[in-house]
Design a protein around this ligand. Structure first.
Ligand code: G3I
Length: 373
């Protein structure tokens, strides 16, 4: 039997097929940040111990669904992974790396050399030689153990002051600025395939950015391998720094390195230092104004947060050719370090998912930017 179809029926069928594939495309993308942004940059999250151990089924599902890059929030810091001079503790770090491999995620190491969260024995070191030995042993052992498995390392973390000068850390005091080069060279030797990053907060701000650029240029001029810069991105919904962020993306990228946003969050609560004229003896912890959304996030604040994220991701998309990864500093609001800092026991809402792992308005705003494509 010969079937003949009229032209408008043809059109109808084709239109339905188109609609169907468009719907399934937008549905699958509407569920997942990593899918929506797959052609732009990686979307990462920081994992705590409970996530690495897959203790929370809801969070575990969310991580696997939404993110394609992971960073260990604390367990690769030297205090945890190298607690004593001749003792390393790889238990959780091994599990973290296995988690990333199992789920085919980009694995970012955080961090090899940082003045904070150092093991106690390092604070007792008084000679340049002993500190150098610590650095050599630490980087060779840690980066060496995961060589070929890590995609990147934050080799040096937070080496700069706000004015762009070198932070007077134990490393700087005993080894001078050379410790930065030393760390990158040791990391390149221990894991030649990992991308090596310098990571810091506020380096989108002009003075600190200038210091970071000078430091990176020196490394490059001396033949040291550096592949990228990590702008941490611990920001507040009450400040608008889009212009500085754009300038930073352009200026860092002009050095021929990748730009990653490595620890993104927006506090919705006031910080003590924002309160001009505040009494230094004020008891911030007891002040209800400092924890004003204890029971719930008001809609207006949720909208403000969504607008901040939306403006930021518009900028990220505009500069996607320069950005390698955008990592949130935590999986959901309940997990964020901002509930405990700079004031303990607050209820903050800095991320895209709420305490029940449900998407917030801010999540929808970020997804919305990709829905028309
Ligand atoms: O593990 C101990 C636990 O045994 C102890 O009972 C408990 C008591 O306070 O402390 C636990 O350690 C805490 C650790 O997080 C693990 O939860 C530390 O007190 C706490 O200070 C530590 O905070 C971390 C902070 O770095 C340390 O500087 C935050 O979770 C972590 O999010 C934060 O991450 C840093 C990045 O590495 C670098 N950039 C800034 C960013 C935010 O500060």
């Amino acid at each position: 039997m010969k079937i003949t179809l009229r032209p408008n029926l043809y059109f109808g069928i084709i239109f339905c097929l188109f609609l169907n594939s468009f719907n399934s495309f937008s549905q699958s993308n509407s569920k997942s940040l990593k899918k929506a942004y797959q052609d732009d940059f990686l979307i990462g999250t920081a994992l705590g111990t409970q996530h690495i151990l897959e203790k929370n089924a809801q969070a575990d599902k969310l991580i696997k669904e939404q993110f394609n890059a992971i960073t260990p929030e604390n367990i690769m810091k030297s205090e945890v992974i190298h607690p004593e001079l001749h003792r390393y503790n790889f238990d959780l770090a091994d599990k973290f790396v296995a988690y990333g491999q199992k789920n085919q995620m980009y694995i970012a190491g955080h961090t090899l050399i940082w003045h904070s969260q150092l093991p106690r024995f390092v604070y007792k070191i008084q000679s340049a030689d002993s500190l150098k030995m610590f650095m050599e042993d630490h980087i060779k052992t840690v980066a060496g153990r995961y060589a070929g498995k890590m995609n990147s390392w934050d080799v040096v973390n937070e080496a700069l002051n706000e004015d762009g000068t070198m932070r007077p850390s134990i490393f700087y005091k005993l080894l001078g600025e050379d410790y930065i080069k030393m760390a990158f060279d040791l990391a390149a030797k221990a894991d030649p395939n990992a991308e090596l990053y310098y990571n810091d907060y506020n380096i989108e701000q002009p003075a600190k950015r200038k210091g970071a650029i000078a430091m990176i240029k020196k490394l490059q001029a001396s033949g040291t391998k550096i592949d990228g810069v990590g702008i941490q991105g611990h920001w507040s919904i009450n400040s608008n720094n889009i212009k500085e962020i754009e300038d930073a993306i352009n200026e860092f990228s002009a050095l021929g390195i990748k730009v990653a946003f490595t620890e993104l969050d927006y506090t919705v609560l006031p910080n003590p230092w924002d309160l001009k004229g505040a009494d230094v003896n004020q008891n911030f912890e007891a002040d209800p104004k400092m924890n004003q959304y204890k029971d719930a996030l008001p809609d207006s604040v949720g909208t403000k947060l969504a607008n901040r994220y939306s403006d930021l991701f518009i900028l990220f998309l505009k500069n996607k050719d320069k950005i390698s990864r955008v990592t949130f500093w935590g999986v959901n609001d309940g997990h964020s370090w901002l509930n405990g800092w700079p004031i303990k026991n607050r209820t903050n809402y800095p991320l895209l998912f709420d305490r029940d792992c449900q998407p917030k308005k801010a999540y929808n705003a970020v997804m919305q930017l990709k829905s028309g494509q």
